[in-house]
Structures are given as structure tokens and as C-alpha cells.
Design a binder for this molecule. Structure first.
Ligand SMILES: *[C@@H]1O[C@H](CO)[C@@H](O)[C@H](O)[C@H]1NC(C)=O
Length: 292
């Protein structure tokens, strides 16, 4: 690719009358960006190709790409998208092809780093028209929280970094013998310090075997009874709250924890990000649910 590029330069060397100006980037909200070059008589096309945080290896199409064939009312050839969310420090890798007076021009291996001065606003550029620099304080979004409360596009609506060391008020334990999972017969969710705790800014969930508990005996798992105080069966099903072992029905041999936010935070539409270390081992699996 590089050698072709070199040849192209030599070939065009005689007729170069145009240099692609610096591409101007703007990101007036948390989402999306604009990339533009000024209009010049003779300009026929501005093809913009970009992707986030990953350099191009070739002239690939790019995740954010369009051939712009007319200047906008501001007199700029502008690529505009509202798709990606652009956190501070995002690197926009891009390449550009411009057709000018029936000749093609390239800008390759370019990158632009998003630097935000405020949480939602980009630095203003002096040449931008007022209509484009006026950042709506609260862009509209379909997202609602806690049963209909509205919010702003791009706004973080819930976060827990577990720095405060407490489950309340955000999280509640479920206490039940679940009937809604494939392995229902093997586990009970309980609120016990050995099964769930917060330490050093982390929520830790540890499944334990009932054989590890002091009052365990084989007799008990086959003939005993388990009654969960403070049971939280969502369907008020008594079978989720107590179990009597008999014949093939044993008491669940595993105790684990399940937590939810439903009394504190609910949302409709949005993106969930979780940073978690996942367990390794037979019969162990993490679950993340979003419930109605
Ligand atoms: C964005 O990052 C730059 C450089 O890392 C930093 O100087 C600036 O304060 C950051 N802006 C915000 C809003 O965090």
C-alpha cells in the first residue's frame, strides 16, 4: 500500500494545485461528531472514513463513513453522525479522500483525540455559527428511569463502584430458592456474609456448599427442612421460601447470592456496562438480568 501511495504522489507531482486542509472536528454533545473541511471552488467530493480507538491497516471503509457531495449551508463539506458516544480521550482514526478538479487527493493515517473541557461540551471554535455551538443542555432521549422519569441523552443514570462498602440503598438481596433458572434445584440465594460482601471497592459473590456449614449433615440434606427468613419470592410462591427434603427432593446443596436494584433504580432503554471478574469452575456461572 505504501509503495502505491508513493507512486501516486510522483504521478500527481506535476499537477498538484490543491492541498487538503486540516479536518475540523466538533462534538457538541456526548454523542457523535462532525468532521469538515472548508469549501473551495473545484471541490467535488469529500469522502470521510473513521473508526474509534483502532487504527486503520488499509483503506478500509471505516465504521463512520460517508461520501459528502455538497457543502452545507455553513460553506463546509461536513460529515455528521450522532451515533457513537465519545468520551474524553476517544481517538478518532480517520482517512480522507477528496476529489478536486477531477483529481483525487488523500489524507491517510490521521487521528484526532477528543478533548473535552466540560462533561458534555466541546471547545468552541471561533468560526462556528452560533446555532451549532449552542449545546442543548439536555438532549432528548427515549430513556426513562424509575417508571417514567425522563433524563438527558448521554447522561449516566446509575453507577455503583462499591466504594462505600454498603449494599443499601442501591442493592437488595434476593432470598429464595429460585424456580426460574435451569439449576433451580441446586441453589438457594441468601443474604449471608460469606456469600456476598463488598471489599476494596468490589462486590464479591461466592457460592458455598452447604457441606461447608457447621450444622451440615447428610441426614439433613435428604430429610431436613429449609425455611428462608425474609424470603423475597417475586411470585410469593411458598415453594421458593421453604423446602422439605423427601425422597428425590433434596435441599439445595449450594448457597449463593443474587442482588437487584429494583426498589432503588429501574430504567427503560439504555446501555449497561459491567466490569467483573468471572468465576471459573464447573456449575458456576455469572448472571446479569434486566427484568421488567
Ligand atoms: C479530558 O482529558 C484531558 C487530557 O487528558 C484533560 O486535560 C481534561 O481535563 C479532560 N476533560 C474532562 C472533562 O475530563
Amino acid at each position: 500500500m505504501r509503495s502505491i501511495w508513493g507512486l501516486l504522489l510522483l504521478f500527481l507531482g506535476q499537477t498538484v494545485a490543491y492541498t487538503i486542509p486540516t479536518v475540523r472536528f466538533e462534538y457538541p454533545t456526548m454523542r457523535g461528531f462532525r468532521a469538515s473541511i472548508p469549501d473551495t471552488p473545484g471541490l467535488q467530493m469529500f469522502a470521510f472514513h473513521a473508526r474509534l480507538n483502532k487504527p486503520f491497516e488499509q483503506f478500509e471503509e471505516g465504521d463512520y463513513t460517508e461520501d459528502i457531495t455538497v457543502p452545507d449551508e455553513e460553506g463546509r463539506w461536513t460529515y455528521d453522525t450522532n451515533k457513537p458516544a465519545l468520551p474524553n480521550g476517544t481517538i478518532i482514526y480517520y482517512w480522507v479522500y477528496v476529489q478536486f478538479a477531477n483529481e483525487g487527493y488523500w489524507l491517510t493515517d490521521k487521528k484526532h483525540t477528543v478533548i473535552r473541557t466540560k462533561a458534555t461540551a466541546a471547545p468552541r471554535t471561533t468560526t462556528t455559527k452560533p446555532t451549532t455551538t449552542t449545546v442543548p443542555p439536555c438532549p432528548a432521549t427515549l430513556t426513562t428511569l424509575n417508571g417514567g422519569q425522563s433524563t438527558c441523552a448521554g447522561k449516566l443514570i446509575f453507577e455503583d463502584t462499591f466504594e462505600l462498602g454498603s449494599f443499601a440503598p442501591k442493592w437488595q438481596h434476593e432470598v429464595r430458592i429460585p424456580l426460574d433458572t435451569d439449576s433451580a434445584e441446586f441453589v438457594s440465594y441468601q443474604n449471608l456474609p460469606e456469600n456476598s460482601y463488598i471489599a476494596a471497592g468490589r462486590l464479591v459473590i461466592v457460592p458455598t456448599l452447604v457441606t461447608q456449614s457447621a450444622d451440615y449433615n447428610d441426614e439433613r440434606i435428604r430429610t431436613g427442612e429449609l425455611t428462608l427468613a425474609g424470603c423475597t419470592s417475586p411470585t410469593n410462591n411458598p415453594y421458593e421460601c421453604q423446602r422439605k427434603a423427601a425422597r428425590s427432593t433434596i435441599l439445595p446443596p449450594v448457597v449463593s447470592a443474587k442482588l437487584n436494584t429494583k426498589h432503588h433504580f429501574r430504567f427503560r432503554y439504555g446501555r449497561v456496562e459491567i466490569r467483573a471478574k468471572l468465576p471459573k469452575g464447573d456449575w458456576i456461572f455469572p448472571r446479569k438480568h434486566t427484568h421488567n
